[in-house]
Write a protein that binds this ligand. Structure first.
Ligand code: URA
Length: 239
C-alpha cells in the first residue's frame, strides 16, 4: 500500500495531510526514514513511527476500555466528557466506535472497533453474547429478586418480558446479573421492575472477556488495551 494511503487508513489525517507529514520527514517505516508518499509497502507486520510513537499497521482495531463514571458514550456529550477522549486520537479518527453504550454513571468494560462486522455481530440479538454486571442496590437484598429477574420482568415499551441469563446475590446489597440483550437502561429498569433500585452499576465482562480474570491485562478506570485474536475468540468472534 502507498505510504500516504496507509497513514490515512490508520487515522493520521487526510491524504494531503499525510503526504505533507511524510515529505516533511516526520515518518519512519519499519525503523527507516521515508520521505516518499508514494512508496509502496507490504502491510504485513509493518510498523511506522510518527510524533515519537510507534504504531503497528492494522486493518481493523479492537479495543477494551475500563470506562470510569462520568463519561458519555457519544462523540457529542451533553453533560460529561466523551469516552472517546480516553482513546488516542488516531484510533478515534479511523472510526473506532463503542459496541453499544453504557450510561454516564456506569463503569466497566466497554469495547470499541472500526470493524462494522464485529460491532454488528456483538450487538446482534441473534448472537446472544452475554454481558455481565454487578449492581449495588438501594434496598437490602430480597431473596425473591434473582427468581423474578430469571423468570423475566415486563418493562414499559417492551412487547414481552425480559429475562436475565443469570442473577445471583453477592452480599446484602449487591447483585450479579447477566443479560444478553442491550435495551436502554436495561439493568436499572429490570431491577426497578423487580422491586429494588440500582445505585451503582459496573459491567464486569462481555462474553468470556472480563475485567476480573486474566483474560485482559489489568485495566484501571480510564485505561484501555488492544484486543488480539485470542480476545476476539473469547467473544465468540472470528475474522
Ligand atoms: N443497563 C443499564 O441500566 N445501564 C447500563 O449502562 C448498562 C446496562
Amino acid at each position: 500500500m502507498q505510504l500516504e494511503r496507509l497513514l490515512q487508513s490508520q487515522g493520521f489525517g487526510s491524504r494531503k495531510v499525510c503526504r505533507q507529514r511524510i515529505e516533511a520527514g516526520d515518518v519512519r517505516v519499519n525503523g527507516a526514514a521515508c520521505r516518499d508518499p508514494q512508496a509502496d509497502f507490504d502491510t504485513a507486520a509493518l510498523t511506522f513511527e510518527i510524533d515519537g510513537d510507534v504504531w503497528a499497521y492494522a486493518e481493523h482495531v479492537y479495543l477494551a476500555l475500563h470506562k470510569p463514571a462520568g463519561f458519555e458514550c457519544t462523540h457529542q456529550p451533553q453533560h460529561h466528557r466523551s469516552v472517546y477522549t480516553l482513546l488516542p486520537p488516531p484510533l478515534v479518527r479511523r472510526g473506532a466506535q463503542s459496541v453499544g453504550r453504557l450510561d454516564a454513571d456506569t463503569t466497566g468494560l466497554l469495547l470499541f472497533s472500526d470493524d462494522g462486522r464485529f460491532i454488528h455481530a456483538l450487538a446482534s440479538p441473534k448472537r446472544r453474547v452475554a454481558k455481565h454486571y454487578r449492581a449495588a442496590l438501594k434496598h437490602p437484598f430480597d431473596e425473591a429478586l434473582p427468581g423474578k429477574l430469571l423468570a423475566g420482568v415486563l418493562l414499559t415499551d417492551e412487547p414481552a418480558p425480559l429475562a436475565a441469563l443469570a442473577a445471583q446475590q453477592l452480599d446484602t446489597r449487591t447483585l450479579a446479573l447477566s443479560i444478553d440483550q442491550g435495551k436502554y437502561h436495561q439493568v436499572k429498569r429490570m431491577v426497578a421492575a423487580a422491586g429494588n433500585r440500582v445505585e451503582a452499576l459496573h459491567r464486569t465482562g462481555f462474553g468470556a472477556l472480563s475485567l476480573e480474570n486474566s483474560s485482559l491485562p489489568p485495566l484501571a478506570p480510564g485505561d484501555w488495551c488492544y484486543l488480539d485474536k485470542n480476545h476476539l475468540a473469547l467473544l465468540g468472534y472470528r475474522h
